[in-house]
Ligand binder design. Structure first.
Ligand code: 5BU
Length: 286
């Protein structure tokens, strides 16, 4: 199993959380404030670094380094939703270079395999040549459990975009099964998928599935920042309840505007965590 997958599965049990908050906000300091606010309720924090103004590129004290420190303090993984999709040579530069130097601070990234399987090999090479500044850092001190020591694996992980939530997308069944085949070729780097349901079908498969397009039903939501499950936003995003996604077998639900735009994002994240965790506990165990 990918070391980050076993780490994440431990985190899920420890924090009683299947929640990823997606920081769909446009200012770097506000993104860091959101990470602190929702940190106790989540196991993954998803970013879009390229929508942020005010990104500080300093490798030691800048935005990425600060986010990684918040992640260590509250025990969650950082997932940059970069959706790499270019040829291998270019994605290596996009992953390790530029203003954001994503590999330095994001434990997880994702990629489309539209350009073929070499995109995965290229990203893996870039991850393997990364310096690994966080190697085995002891982050146990901030935790409620006290005695638990959390060793963050020094490896980076990849999710393949096997299915999407937007109406009319072209990721059909054949494409999805090709993603699974590629993931099996690169098990030491690919942790799993962005998909609408679990995609494990062989005994040795242990791929994580993270699913966006998640919204509370109106009777459970006191906020009008949310979209009604079964409906779409104005641009084709489709929503399902966290309960349904977890009962389907998804490992982690991803919530963006439902939490970011709430009047109290921290309370809202806690509400989502509770609902998703309850469904997880109700779900028959394998
Ligand atoms: P929302 O506000 O909860 O709809 O935000 C969903 C987030 O998940 C947003 O950052 C999208 O970029 C991301 N997303 C998605 O919605 N659907 C997909 O298929 C993929 C990513 Br891949």
């Amino acid at each position: 199993m990918h070391p980050l997958t076993s780490y994440l599965r431990r985190l899920i049990r420890h924090k009683r959380s299947n929640l990823c908050v997606s920081a769909d906000i446009t200012n770097a300091d506000e993104m860091l404030a959101l990470a602190r606010a929702v940190g106790p309720s989540i196991v993954v924090f998803k970013t879009h670094a390229d929508i942020l103004s005010g990104w500080d590129p300093d490798p030691v004290h800048g935005t990425g380094a600060k986010l990684a420190a918040i992640a260590r303090k509250y025990l969650f993984l950082v997932f940059e939703d970069r959706k790499f999709a270019d040829i291998g040579f270019t994605v290596q530069l996009q992953y390790a270079g530029g203003v954001h130097r994503i590999v330095d601070w994001a434990h997880i990234v994702n990629a489309h395999v539209i350009s073929g399987p070499d995109v995965v090999r290229a990203l893996q090479e870039a991850a393997d040549s990364w310096g690994g500044e966080e190697i085995n850092e002891d982050v146990g001190d901030a935790q409620e459990s006290g005695s638990d020591t959390w060793k963050l694996p020094s490896k980076r992980g990849l999710l393949l975009l096997a299915q999407m939530t937007s109406a009319g997308n072209f990721l059909n069944e054949e494409y999805t099964s090709n993603c699974v085949a590629i993931a099996r070729q690169y098990r030491e780097f690919v942790m799993g998928f962005i998909a609408l349901k679990p995609l494990n079908s062989q005994p040795e498969d242990d791929f994580i599935v993270m699913t966006p397009g998640c919204s509370l039903p109106p009777e459970e939501s006191l906020d009008d920042s949310e979209f009604v499950p079964g409906s779409e936003d104005a641009l084709g995003q489709q929503y399902v309840t966290p309960k349904e996604l977890i009962l389907r077998g998804c490992d982690i639900v991803i919530v963006g505007r439902g939490i970011c735009n709430a009047t109290d994002p921290s309370a809202k994240a806690e509400q989502y965590r509770g609902v998703a965790w309850q469904a997880y506990e109700e779900r028959p165990k394998l």
